[in-house]
Design a protein around this ligand. Structure first.
Ligand code: SF4
Length: 280
């Protein structure tokens, strides 16, 4: 009987997983790999564009996995609490659940894009016994330069959002830096405004009238603002201070990582862990 094991490769819309998809296609052309993307419905337009380009390079469809119920549903279930690093209901319900449903009980090998130069980083590793995990970049010693080369040689380069943001993921991702919120306001004002409206709803239901200084941020597991300690309006009012600090951080990153695009360099210098499913 033929081997029924499925081979799956998750694509986040970021550089590492995209490069892995290309790498697997090149090095294991006979393997029937299923490429998938967990679509929260809140991804950046640049991510969707890049996925289309990637499909062209792979000559394969990237299956979009959508949760049966989207952000608005779970936002209600969690009684209007924004997702946060302490309460990451978004990843669990919008990414992991649809993925595990899609795989079901089929035996599967999942290829994860952790690079050789970041072996301490954690990717999404399923606890389901039918899923085993492989790390091709670690085995092949492929590092950040190797990833960039794979994408350049394939002719797709980096996703465009790296011009102003370090990581893939939802437009409202609470892991983004304050300067990235400013970038969102500049590049996608309608998305920034959507995030702002959600935040205003949360604050109004919490009985807070738009001024984050009144919010009790000590309540464990609850978040009233997307960005730590201030509303998006307050953040935008501090635009020039935020961008001054950010430009200084970019200068530092430039010195330490001369051969990388600036926003990639900034991410490489960052030891805060983003969403493991979303950001590889
Ligand atoms: S990208 Fe951010 S907001 Fe979106 S699912 Fe991942 S952690 Fe949550």
């Amino acid at each position: 009987m033929a081997d029924q094991t499925r081979h799956i490769c998750g694509i986040s819309g970021g550089k590492d997983s995209s490069a892995l998809a290309v790498y697997l296609r090149q090095t294991r052309p006979d393997l029937d790999i299923e490429y998938f993307f967990c679509d929260t419905g809140a991804e950046l337009p640049e991510t969707y564009t890049y996925l289309n380009k990637l499909e062209g390079v792979l000559g394969r469809k990237v299956t979009r996995l959508n949760a049966e119920r989207g952000f608005d549903h779970w936002f209600e279930v969690f009684r209007g609490a924004l997702p946060s690093p302490q309460m990451r209901w978004c990843t669990k319900n919008l990414k992991i659940k649809p993925l595990e449903q899609w795989i079901g009980d089929d035996p599967a090998v999942s290829y994860v894009a952790i690079r050789a130069d970041e072996a301490n980083r954690k990717g999404y590793i399923s606890t389901k016994p039918n899923i085993t995990t492989e790390f091709p970049f670690i085995h092949a010693g492929i590092d950040i330069d190797g990833v960039n080369k794979i994408l350049d040689d394939a002719g797709i380069g980096l996703p465009e959002y790296y011009e102003w943001r370090t990581r893939s993921g939802c437009y409202f991702c609470f892991y983004q830096r304050k300067a990235e919120w400013v970038g969102l306001a500049d590049r996608h004002p309608e998305l920034f405004d959507r995030a702002r409206q959600i935040e205003m709803k949360v604050l109004s239901e919490a009985g807070v009238d738009g001024d984050a200084s009144y919010v009790d941020f000590g309540m464990k597991g609850r978040a009233y603002t997307w960005s730590q300690g201030e509303t998006l309006d307050e953040l935008l009012a501090r635009r020039s201070e935020i961008m001054t600090q950010h430009n200084a951080a970019l200068e530092r990153a430039k010195k330490s990582r001369r051969n990388l695009p600036l926003f990639v360099a900034l991410d490489e210098d960052d030891d805060t862990m983003p969403c493991a499913v979303c950001a590889l």
